[in-house]
Design a protein around this ligand. Structure first.
Ligand SMILES: Cc1ncc(COP(=O)(O)O)c(C=O)c1O
Length: 375
């Protein structure tokens, strides 16, 4: 039987590999503390859960792709308060089922004559997978510690070939942030060369010192598409709720495409999401939680000569591990501490490892002790 050749070409999803390693270690009796996947295990705040429960109607209808007006208003209100940007909730916002599906399918909607997509490396793997399933070719934009994990725009040559240029700040996996001047320069090139700047801002609310800027703060957003989500901000990965904010023409295309795919969030999730976007106190609490975990685990790693190599924001610690990342991660795993080797995010991630600050505070303290003993 011949299935999708794209599937056959893709390497195993890196985190499926990590799952295999973990299963092997667990079978050997190793008790694991998991800093591998970025899946927050903080409780979803009670008021959000209550809003969901109160919204489960007796009759269940198909949710519409445009989303509830109240949700679009709540998102536009949040964008205004957080980034000082005025967006039209009727035409410039599309609610999404988390941001992953929207990121994945965006190339299918947005690619016209130009069939190339620029993606950073190291990166979240979905930009590339989405491009490939849409039949696009991929142009890799290397990120390096030397340039603060920002792409070197002067070194990039394929401006006239690309339809999309993906960015992700605060960055997964490096935790780096981008200044507004970076978005300004890229947006100018997007207008000059006719491509879309696609800004994945899934981690915009998880920061340690300064709130990161957004591409939504640009004065000219003509070619700018922003993806955000409640997953990390409000510890709601299981709810699947995010949004795309883009110029009207792009949102019209999404509204035409998405009913076929059936990717509108359930209405009870949308109503819970209204509560989540309308409150900041729980987000401040969540930032404190990650700060406390960082304060426990980072000194333990640094005491062993590992160097922080980014991590101004997100809940990731990105560390130089002084050698190949896969043997480092596998050795640590045998002692019960799971991290993601940088090589999982592409060759430019080699030599680094990513620790997601998702285990409990008590587990972080235990892991700090293990690291102190075994590294
Ligand atoms: C960089 C980045 N973008 C987007 C997402 C998607 O998040 P969700 O689909 O939960 O909104 C993730 C999830 O881990 C991520 O790391």
């Amino acid at each position: 039987m011949r299935l999708s050749p794209v599937l056959a070409e893709l390497a195993q999803y890196p985190f499926a590999r990590l799952d295999d390693w973990k299963a092997g270690a667990a079978a050997r009796g190793v008790e694991l503390i998991d800093f591998g996947m970025g899946d927050p295990r903080e409780p979803t705040p009670a008021f959000i859960r209550e809003a969901l429960v109160a919204s489960v109607d007796e009759v269940s209808s198909y949710p519409r792709a445009v989303g509830l007006p109240g949700l679009r208003d709540a998102i536009a209100g949040w964008i205004e308060r957080r980034f000082g940007a005025a967006v039209d909730p009727a035409t410039e916002i599309v609610p999404t089922l988390g941001s992953k599906e929207a990121i994945f399918s965006f190339a299918q909607v947005a690619l016209g004559e130009k069939r190339a997509v620029a993606i950073p490396e190291p990166a979240y793997p979905v930009y590339e997978r989405g491009a490939r399933f849409a039949g696009a070719s991929v142009v890799t934009v290397p990120l390096s510690e030397r340039s603060g994990w920002l792409p070197d725009l002067d070194a990039f040559a394929a401006w006239d070939e690309i339809a999309l240029f993906w960015t992700c700040y605060p960055n997964n996996p490096t935790g780096a942030v981008a200044p507004l001047s970076f978005y300004e320069e890229l947006a100018t090139r997007a207008r000059e060369h006719g491509f879309l700047l696609c800004s994945d801002e899934a981690y915009s609310e998880l920061w340690f010192d300064e709130p990161p800027v957004s591409a939504l703060e640009l004065t000219d957003r003509t070619n700018v598409v922003v993806f955000n989500t409640l997953s990390k901000r409000s510890s709601m990965t299981g709810y699947r709720s995010g949004f795309v904010c883009a110029p009207r023409e792009i949102c019209d295309a999404l509204r035409a495409f998405r009913p076929t795919v059936g990717t509108a969030p359930q209405e009870f999730v949308q109503r819970a999401s209204i509560a989540a976007w309308s409150d900041e106190r729980h987000v401040e609490n969540v930032r404190d939680v990650y700060r406390r975990k960082r304060d426990v685990i980072l000194p333990a790693l640094e005491a062993k000569g590992l160097r922080l190599a980014g991590s101004e924001a997100t809940f990731y610690l990105w560390l130089d591990v002084n050698g190949p990342s896969i043997p480092f991660a596998r050795a640590l795993l045998e002692h019960g501490v799971v991290c993601a080797p940088g090589a999982f995010f592409g060759p430019a991630g080699e030599g680094y490892a990513r620790f997601a600050l998702v285990p409990t505070q008590e587990q972080c303290e235990r892991a700090a002790g293990i690291i102190g003993d075994v590294l």
